[in-house]
Ligand binder design. Structure first.
Ligand SMILES: [Zn+2]
Length: 338
C-alpha cells in the first residue's frame, strides 16, 4: 500500500475543489484516526478524508479486525455449489464473502462470465482481492483459468485450504502488488469484487493493473452504490438528522473500511479517470446493508427486513431503474490507450 499522501481538499477522482461535507460527517477509529466523509459536487464522489496511513489500513484489515467478520465469515461446513443459482439465499449468505451477498450477485456474474467467454473466447481471469476465494471457485466452475490474488497471506491460507481440498485448479498469489505486476502475466478479465471502495488510491491501482490486461482484456468491477438514492440511504439520512436534532454524539466510532462511496455517476467517472471506457453497466438491488443474518424475531430484525426488501422492490421497478435507484452494479471496462 502507498504511504499517506499530503492531505488535499481536492477530489481524488476529478481533482475538483468543489468539496462539501457529506451527511455521514465525522468519524473516528478508536483514538488513532479521525476522519470525515466529504462529497465532490462535480462528480458526486463521497470519500474519506484524509486517506488513512498504510499502518492504519494494515491494522484494520488484520483477520481479527476485518476478515473474521466480513470475509472468512460464518459456517464453512455449509458450503454450497456456487453454480446452484436456485439454492436458498440464506445458505449462500451464511457462507459467502462480500461479493456473494445474494443470488442477484451470482446471477449477474454468471451471465456476464458466460457472455464474454462465448463471444470473445476469454480464457483466464485474475480475481484481484480474492478474499476467501468464493468468486475464484465460481469463475473456475464457469470454465476460466483463475489466478486468485490477495495481498494478505492469512486470507490466502484459507483459500489454499479450500481449493487444495477440492478439485479446483486455481493459482494463488500473495504479497505486494509488485509481485503481480512483475510476473508479466496477461489476463482476459481482471475482476474486482467489493475491492475498489477499499483501495486508498483506486485510480492509481487501476492504472497499474491495466498493464496486466490481454489485448482483448477487460476489467469487471463489482461495487456497492452506497451514495445512490434509495430507501436505505433515505433511512440513513433520516436517522442521522434525528441524531443531530437530539444532539447525540456526532462522532461515530468505526474503522474507515469503505474509503469511497459511489453512485452510478461517480463510479463511472472514476473508471474513466483511469483511462478506462465502460462497455457494460449492469445495476441491481440487494438488501445490504439491511441484510438480516440472524432473525431473532426482534423489532430491529423485522424493520431491517422490511427496509431491505423494499429497497429491492423499488430499485428493481421500472421507475427505480429509470432513476438509478439500485444499490449495486457490475461495470465492464476496457483500457483506452492514448
Ligand atoms: Zn470529483
Amino acid at each position: 500500500m502507498s504511504d499517506c499522501k499530503t492531505p488535499s481538499m481536492s477530489c481524488p477522482s476529478c481533482s475538483s475543489s468543489m468539496i462539501v461535507s457529506h451527511l455521514l460527517g465525522k468519524h473516528q477509529y478508536v483514538d488513532k484516526f479521525e476522519y470525515s466523509y466529504l462529497e465532490c459536487l462535480k462528480c458526486d464522489l463521497v470519500f474519506v478524508f484524509p486517506i488513512p496511513s498504510s499502518e492504519i489500513l494494515v491494522e484494520i484489515y488484520t483477520p481479527s479486525n476485518y476478515a473474521n467478520t466480513y470475509v472468512y465469515n460464518r459456517n464453512e461446513s455449509k458450503d454450497c455449489d456456487p453454480l446452484d443459482l436456485d439454492s436458498s439465499v440464506d445458505n449462500r449468505v451464511d457462507n459467502s464473502n462480500e461479493s456473494f451477498q445474494t443470488k442477484k450477485d451470482k446471477q449477474a456474474l454468471f451471465k456476464l462470465l458466460f457472455k464474454y467467454k462465448r463471444e470473445n473466447n476469454y480464457q483466464n481471469l485474475l480475481d484481484f482481492g480474492c478474499g476467501n476465494g468464493n468468486f475464484s471457485i465460481f469463475a473456475r466452475k464457469c470454465g476460466y483459468q483463475v489466478t486468485a490474488y490477495e495481498p494478505l497471506p492469512q486470507d490466502v491460507n484459507l483459500l489454499s485450504k479450500k481449493t487444495l481440498s477440492g478439485s479446483d485448479n486455481i493459482e494463488i498469489l500473495t504479497g505486494e502488488i509488485g509481485v503481480l505486476l512483475e510476473s508479466g502475466r496477461k489476463f482476459d478479465i481482471i475482476f474486482l469484487a467489493d475491492v475498489l471502495e477499499h483501495l486508498p488510491y483506486p485510480i492509481e491501482t487501476l492504472c497499474k493493473l491495466r498493464h496486466l490486461l490481454s489485448s482483448k482484456g477487460v476489467f469487471m468491477i463489482l461495487s456497492p452504490l452506497e451514495s445512490s438514492t434509495n430507501i436505505g440511504t433515505i433511512f440513513l439520512k433520516l436517522y442521522k438528522n434525528i441524531k443531530k436534532i437530539s444532539k447525540a454524539s456526532t462522532i461515530a466510532n468505526n474503522p474507515p473500511y469503505h474509503l469511497f462511496l459511489f453512485n452510478k455517476r461517480s463510479l463511472i467517472r472514476l473508471i474513466n479517470n483511469a483511462s478506462l471506457q465502460m462497455i457494460n453497466y449492469t445495476p441491481y438491488s440487494i438488501d445490504w446493508p439491511f441484510t438480516v443474518r440472524q432473525n431473532d424475531g426482534s423489532i430491529k430484525a423485522l424493520a431491517m427486513k422490511i427496509i431491505g426488501k423494499t429497497n429491492i422492490v423499488i430499485g428493481e421497478s421500472i421507475l427505480g431503474r429509470l432513476l438509478n435507484l439500485q444499490n449495486r452494479a457490475i461495470v465492464i471496462a476496457k483500457w483506452i490507450k492514448e
